[in-house]
Design a protein around this ligand. Structure first.
Ligand SMILES: CC(C)(COP(=O)(O)OP(=O)(O)OC[C@H]1O[C@@H](n2cnc3c(N)ncnc32)[C@H](O)[C@@H]1OP(=O)(O)O)[C@@H](O)C(=O)NCCC(=O)NCCS
Length: 134
């Protein structure tokens, strides 16, 4: 089955909470703890859903400032589906759609080991960035 990536595709809270737990080694939040669907609809420019048949295999959330800056958050691919180009493909769709929405910059931050993924496979340029643990 070919993996299909859809901008603002349908996805459920349970699917996203399960994928997030697998990708980031967290507990599986319930829809009461983390209502992804409501949050995506209210705050995101959009998001990309990758499905292998019915199965959710990839996702990325695209936040924005309402005009020219957009950010990637929670890029994730199911562990059994990695290294097949799905991560790079969901990011490619996010780049295309952020550009189509008029954004001029797409940002992402990541741990050093993911430089190969974001810089080489996805085409990001390195930049200075900062973060504060809250
Ligand atoms: C990062 C992630 C989304 C990549 O998804 P993927 O579908 O495996 O990525 P791709 O198949 O498109 O990878 C393309 C290339 O990027 C590089 N790459 C991918 N994952 C990598 C990783 N975890 N570490 C280092 N390089 C990686 C490889 O060069 C890869 O090519 P290869 O498969 O021929 O080795 C996936 O590993 C994941 O969900 N990780 C856990 C969650 C996470 O850390 N997300 C990022 C938060 S900033």
């Amino acid at each position: 089955v070919t993996v299909i990536c859809t901008w603002r595709g349908d996805v459920t809270n349970d699917e996203l909470n399960r994928l997030h737990a697998e990708a980031f080694d967290t507990r599986i939040y319930s829809a009461d703890d983390w209502d992804w669907v409501d949050h995506l609809n209210q705050h995101s420019l959009g998001w990309v859903v990758a499905r292998d048949g019915d199965r959710l295999v990839g996702f990325v959330n695209v936040l924005w400032d309402g005009l020219v800056h957009a950010w990637l958050q929670d890029t994730m691919v199911a562990s059994g589906a990695r290294h097949r180009g799905i991560g790079a493909e969901v990011v490619k769709v996010a780049v295309r759609e952020a550009k189509a929405a008029g954004c001029e910059w797409l940002h992402v931050d990541f741990d050093e080991h993911l430089g190969v993924f974001y810089l080489d496979a996805c085409g990001f340029s390195p930049t200075h960035a900062g973060v504060i643990a809250l």
